[in-house]
Ligand binder design. Sequence first.
Ligand SMILES: Cc1ncc(COP(=O)(O)O)c(C=O)c1O
Length: 446
Amino acid sequence: MTTTLDAKKTTVSEKPAPELAPARDNDTTIFEARESEVRGYCRAFPTVFESASNARQVDELGRSYIDFFGGAGVLNFGHNNERMKRAMIEYLERDGVAHSLDMYTTAKRGFVERFTEVVLEPRRMPHRLQFVGPTGTNAVEASLKLARKITKRSTVVAFTSGFHGMTLGSLACTANSYFRSAAGVPLEHVVRLPFETAPGGGIAALEAYDAALADPSSGLAPPAAFLVEPVQAEGGVHVASGEWLKAVQDLARRHGALLILDDIQAGCGRTGSYFSFDGLGVEPDIVNLAKGVGGFGTPLALNLIHPEHDRHWSPGEHTGTFRGQGLSFVAGREALSYFVGDELMDDVRRKGERMAGALAELAEELAEHRFEVRGKGMMQGLDVVHGGLAKDVAKRCFESGLLIGPCGSGGRVLKLIPPLTTPDEDLEEGLELLASSVRAAVAAHS
Ligand SMILES: Cc1ncc(COP(=O)(O)O)c(C=O)c1O
């Protein structure tokens, strides 16, 4: 024994062999015993994931799954994006600031500068960035608070099938009754209008509301804001037109209300441009961003606020401990490099068309079932009409190695939101797995 290390080795080897740890492969016992009943996604994907890379997640049994779920839309740039990972490791190694108070840091400066240069300036957006608590619902809450503060009005207009988060203010704007019924208090101060594509929706519904607001005997108070997803994601993949969004904007302006666009799931490149409303001629007062904005899948949420409205905030008036995660700033800054030049967005449009085409072929093959395909860019939905069928398809997909989740009214829409960086081979394989799962589920349900 010449070294301490050798000495340690000898000591260890002289001890009786330790009892082998029980096999851990896919052992879910501790979750079932100790994790809250409210856990959700793990029930749809009942395995223990160990690693992930770009468009794949691998479980403890070594089974590789193609990811069409993307961590519910946070993984626009893939799992463990190499460039972001390197930048984050380098940041940690040089003891970059890890806490998330809104102090000035090099990481935040890097992100804000790059965001201004890549996203805001090319669109001539004078908007300021408000960093909020780390999840999307925090962004929505802050925007509602600001709109109410500015207008001194309480009512907000939200739309059928809209999804905006789980905390009380945003939950009041979320339409889904399952989520709403858990609130425990009345969800108030929201007027619900039909989304463009919903029954009774379209411009006519906006005109009717406009007329009612103008009528002093309608009993309606003017709203503080209109909160809209340009592309409804959880609500079942419904895409608003530019014409309708502009009509919402005109209505808001006419009645002194703010236009808040919730681009939390459809933004950050998902639909083939940075914002899902790019090129549609709308000029929102506030934009909510979260999910993909942190790049790596680590939390970051923010609001883009027109300076005319931002001046109504007083310092520290809307605060919180976790507002601007250092590592997310570092990764999010790297993510913005994907928007310098058109390469990724061209690719998203191309892959989006391929996804839509494959789904349309399947819908045509099974025409008697009246499936519908909807989407924009790399957010595509297959509406299989029945929630039970969609659930069965998702289960079969999981069993054959594809992660995908149902959404929409009664869970009837299979939503495809793979990482934007998904290689063509994985995309094709995933589309084939989905098609064979749909065929098998349809056969089983017929
Ligand atoms: C459009 C939209 N807004 C808000 C939210 C809420 O975000 P979070 O779950 O991060 O609170 C979501 C989440 O899916 C969303 O899709």
